[in-house]
Design a protein around this ligand. Structure first.
Ligand code: DX5
Ligand code: ZN
Length: 231
């Protein structure tokens, strides 16, 4: 059966004065909503807070809210997001890395799905000892902090490495990619083994975000089924 690749529009690319309008413009052609949290320290930008996450959950009770924390001081902020009703919380391998195992356990024990994000210079092998705690591994394909940057090609090698690690150690995490995705590179990203693809500016800078999502979904499906046929 052809692998289903999920699309996760990043709300960082939405209209900041009308986020719900931006979500409505997707006309349900999305799988997850990707929520980027930035604290001005771990990355040089600020974005949404826990109250925003809580309001999003209230307005969209059935949405899968995929939360990407780009923050220092997890101790203070993580519990606020754990209480906000989000579906999955991804933390960076580079944030308080000595506490990574404990922080992932904390999220898991609260019944929330867990993710580990890797910045472009961080090797997949560096998180081998904690992969058993991950429901998702997020490969950053740009330097975290801003939308609209250029895709870093070496991210594809990291995706393939994570596919091999998953197979070798019988893990079950899904692989997500985030940053610089557009209609020209999305198929190769899917073919490399990504299960969830985040896109911000490519979705929301389009006049018809719903049509963009439909069209890339069709393209990916075709490419993946062609591969299956030749296997
Ligand atoms: C960057 C964020 C991304 C961002 C992607 O730090 O994690 O989710 O919104 O935006 P694009 O798709 O424009 O690169
Ligand atoms: Zn993100």
């Amino acid at each position: 059966m052809t692998r289903n690749v999920l699309l996760a529009p990043s709300l960082l690319g939405a209209n900041p004065l009308d986020i719900s309008g931006s979500i409505e413009s997707l006309r349900n052609n999305y799988d997850w909503l990707h929520l980027d949290i930035m604290d001005g320290h771990f990355v040089k930008n600020l974005s949404f807070g826990p109250e925003f996450a809580r309001a999003l959950r209230k307005r969209y009770p059935d949405a899968f809210i995929d939360t990407h924390l780009m923050i220092d001081e997890l101790d203070v902020i993580l519990p606020l997001f754990m209480k906000a009703g989000v579906s999955l919380i991804t933390i960076h391998a580079e944030t308080e890395s000595h506490l990574l195992h404990a922080s992932l356990s904390r999220i898991k024990d609260a019944g929330i799905k867990t993710g580990i994000a890797l910045c472009p210079p961080t090797q997949a092998a560096s998180i081998k000892p904690v992969l058993e705690l991950a429901d998702l591994v997020l490969v950053m394909s740009v330097t975290p902090g801003f939308g609209g940057q250029k895709f870093i090609e070496s991210s594809l090698d990291k995706v393939r490495e994570l596919v091999s690690l998953r197979e070798a150690y019988k893990h079950e995490y899904v692989i997500e990619i985030d940053g610089g995705i557009n209609e020209n590179n999305i198929t190769k990203v899917a073919l490399a083994g990504c299960d969830v693809i985040v896109a911000g500016s490519a979705v929301f800078n389009n006049d018809r975000p719903d049509e963009w999502l439909q069209s890339v979904k069709g393209k990916m499906k075709e490419a993946l089924s062609n591969i299956d046929r030749t296997k």
